[in-house]
Write a protein that binds this ligand. Structure first.
Ligand code: SF4
Length: 212
């Protein structure tokens, strides 16, 4: 799992490097928390969830309890399809887990100041780089899942699930009911679909035929 956590950081760093020239023009400023307070689905992988969970569990006990309470409220709100600010956004509008925030947050910036009627504006190239990084994150976490932050943290807080996940076991049938009702993605299946959709050049086809 440690190797995978390092792999996670490498994907974040590669993206940061590739997106840096575009982010120079960003209108984002310290204290702006538009993306966090008017948060849509904050999609994370189970591996990212594990890192975030470790961080939450290192907080002082009362703070930890407050965060888990907020996560439970967020889960209920979203199950009712009601808007909900990120449970990790603090009163001073800062992110409680900034250095381990998930990729969904790292990829967002805006070329113009956001408002209720103006959502973040990104360069097209960065959107494509971000989509590529998500594929890499799902490939890296190929025995895991992806979904909204509080749903994934809820799964990791289920002892049977956590034990199987940490052991690298892959039992998608065990999370089928929760997964279906909460829009959880099976990373391995998404990876296979993406692989099958990849354009194949005639040369590549020839290579694979000749190797059979
Ligand atoms: S995890 Fe942090 S950066 Fe991401 S939405 Fe929540 S408060 Fe904002």
């Amino acid at each position: 799992m440690e190797d995978k956590k390092n792999g996670l950081q490498a994907i974040y760093d590669d993206f940061e490097c590739a997106a840096a020239p575009y982010k120079v023009e960003a209108a984002c400023a310290k204290g702006c928390s538009f993306c966090c307070s008017d948060a849509g689905s904050i999609h994370i992988t189970t591996l990212e969830g594990l890192v975030i969970r470790d961080r939450i569990n290192r907080l002082p006990r009362p703070r930890q309890k407050a965060v888990y309470k907020k996560l439970a409220v967020d889960m209920k709100q979203r199950e009712r399809e009601k808007p909900s600010a990120c449970p990790l956004l603090m009163k001073n509008r800062a992110c409680m887990i900034y250095d381990v925030r998930p990729f969904a947050c790292r990829r967002i910036y805006s070329l113009a100041v956001c408002s209720r009627n103006r959502h973040p504006m990104l360069n097209r190239q960065v959107i494509a780089q971000g989509d590529e990084a998500i594929r890499a994150l799902q490939q890296l976490d190929d025995s895991g899942y992806s979904g909204h932050l509080s749903y994934i943290l809820h799964m990791l807080d289920t002892p049977v699930f956590l034990k199987a996940y940490l052991a690298g076991e892959y039992h998608p049938e065990a999370v089928m009911a929760f997964g279906k009702s909460h829009g959880i993605i099976i990373n391995r299946v998404i990876g296979q679909v993406a692989e099958n959709l990849k354009p194949r050049s005639p040369a590549a086809d020839g290579d694979s035929q000749s190797s059979q």
